[in-house]
Design a binder for this molecule. Structure first.
Ligand SMILES: NC(=O)C1=CN([C@@H]2O[C@H](COP(=O)(O)OP(=O)(O)OC[C@H]3O[C@@H](n4cnc5c(N)ncnc54)[C@H](O)[C@@H]3O)[C@@H](O)[C@H]2O)C=CC1
Ligand SMILES: CC(C)CC(=O)C(=O)O
Ligand SMILES: [Mg+2]
Length: 358
């Protein structure tokens, strides 16, 4: 076995460790089947790290990430840590610094309505027959999450700043992705109000000139949020800034059936990436063994595809997930009547992979 990949495994808080356990089982099966070696090294991050070491991103964890080929991330945060100083909070003190440190400017969140349980989509029957297949491409290292912020007395502020260079590089990714899909980019902004959106729109127009085979449309964020619910099938690639992409991707997940289905890849163009579910630590269901592991498992598949080029293994995982969904082996976030828990869904995906010949 000559191919060997080193993965930093950061389960984090809440449901993170529960869903990560299932993703690791899946990775071990595909490594065996597709003949590559994985070194999976676990480290503390987020609230778990804060409790154990006093900081949400310990130096050892960062060093492990730097020495790895990719990061498989669970989720961080929860009510236990929300009152802390901002940089001590798990989200601002670990996840955002990881995104910035590795320049992970491109966040991809693919969302589809799986035909097998389209009837369970909250939008059924209006959209299910026409489906949805959207790739949300979100700028991840700029915008209001990283701008100057402050608080004094009864006033607080956050700053949104975007440069032409930042918008250009994420727009390039969106157009290239659209070329391989439905050849349409919908760029989301609020250019009727925001100066950064005017620059965003102008810059996307410039980039579009290099992709004459891709149709570009612009849409204001408020309309986009509405159009997604009204007719999600109209979208192919949605190009968003950091804040708008964060919000719209949760909406895409809900239309697909659950936040527990939506994976994500955060990339910097070098092959290195951080892979995590689009959702958070779900404190309301943590510890109950009922979290949906599919977003974490599909995030592992994206890691195999984007960081390691193991396309066959990635597709095998995606097929196994699809098959379990078709057999209605799903957690209760998708079907409230279901009795399958996190481990049962993970085990079904593992069994499907083991049975499949390739
Ligand atoms: N990447 C990350 O680590 C993220 C962390 N967070 C943090 O997570 C904590 C909780 O945030 P919320 O706003 O409640 O968002 P959340 O995404 O954790 O949960 C929202 C709703 O979706 C459900 N949900 C999410 N993932 C699920 C899964 N795999 N299976 C079944 N149901 C699932 C939850 O049960 C909850 O009802 C906060 O501290 C937040 O800052 C939020 C988003 C991303
Ligand atoms: C800490 C947040 C920005 C995480 C989040 O909500 C996301 O990445 O979707
Ligand atoms: Mg979010």
């Amino acid at each position: 076995m000559s191919k060997h990949y080193k993965i930093a495994v950061l389960p984090g808080d809440g449901i993170g460790p529960e869903v990560m356990a299932e993703a690791i089982k899946v990775l071990q099966v595909v490594a065996d089947k597709f003949q590559f070696q994985l070194t999976l090294t676990e480290a503390l991050v987020g609230g778990a790290a804060l409790d154990a070491t006093g900081v949400p991103l310990p130096p050892d964890t960062l060093a492990l990430c730097k020495a790895s080929d990719a990061i498989l991330f669970g989720s961080v945060g929860g009510p236990k840590w929300t009152g802390l100083a901002p940089d001590m909070q798990p989200e601002r003190g670990s996840l955002l610094p990881l995104r910035k440190t590795f320049d992970l400017f491109c966040n991809m969140r693919p969302g589809q309505i799986y035909p097998a349980f389209a009837d369970l989509s909250p939008l059924h029957p209006r959209v299910s027959s026409k489906g949805m297949d959207v790739l949300c491409i979100r700028e991840l290292t700029g915008g209001i999450y990283f701008g100057e912020k402050g608080r004094s007395g009864d006033t607080a502020f956050d700053t949104q700043r975007y440069s032409v260079a930042e918008v250009t590089r994420i727009a390039e990714v969106a157009f290239q992705a659209a070329q391989k899909r439905g050849k349409k980019v919908t760029s989301i902004d609020k250019a009727n109000v925001l100066q950064t959106s005017i620059l965003w729109r102008e810059t996307v127009e410039q980039v579009a000139k290099n992709y004459p085979d891709v149709t570009l449309e612009h849409m204001y964020i408020d309309n986009a949020a509405m159009q997604l619910i009204r007719s999600p099938q109209q979208f192919d690639v949605m190009l968003c800034d950091n804040l708008f992409g964060d919000i719209l991707s949760d909406e895409i997940a809900a239309i697909a059936g659950s936040l527990g289905l939506l994976p994500s890849a955060s990339l910097n163009g070098s092959g290195f990436g951080l892979y995590e579910p689009a959702g958070g630590s779900a404190p309301d269901i943590a510890g109950q063994g009922i979290a949906n592991p599919i977003a974490q498992i599909l995030s592992a598949a994206l890691m195999l595809r984007y960081s390691f080029g193991e396309e066959a293994a990635a597709q095998a995982i995606e097929r196994a997930v699809q098959q379990c969904l078709e057999q209605h082996i799903v957690t209760r976030d998708i079907d409230p009547k279901s009795t399958y828990g996190t481990a049962a869904v993970g085990a079904a995906i593992v069994a499907t992979l083991q049975q499949e010949t390739h």
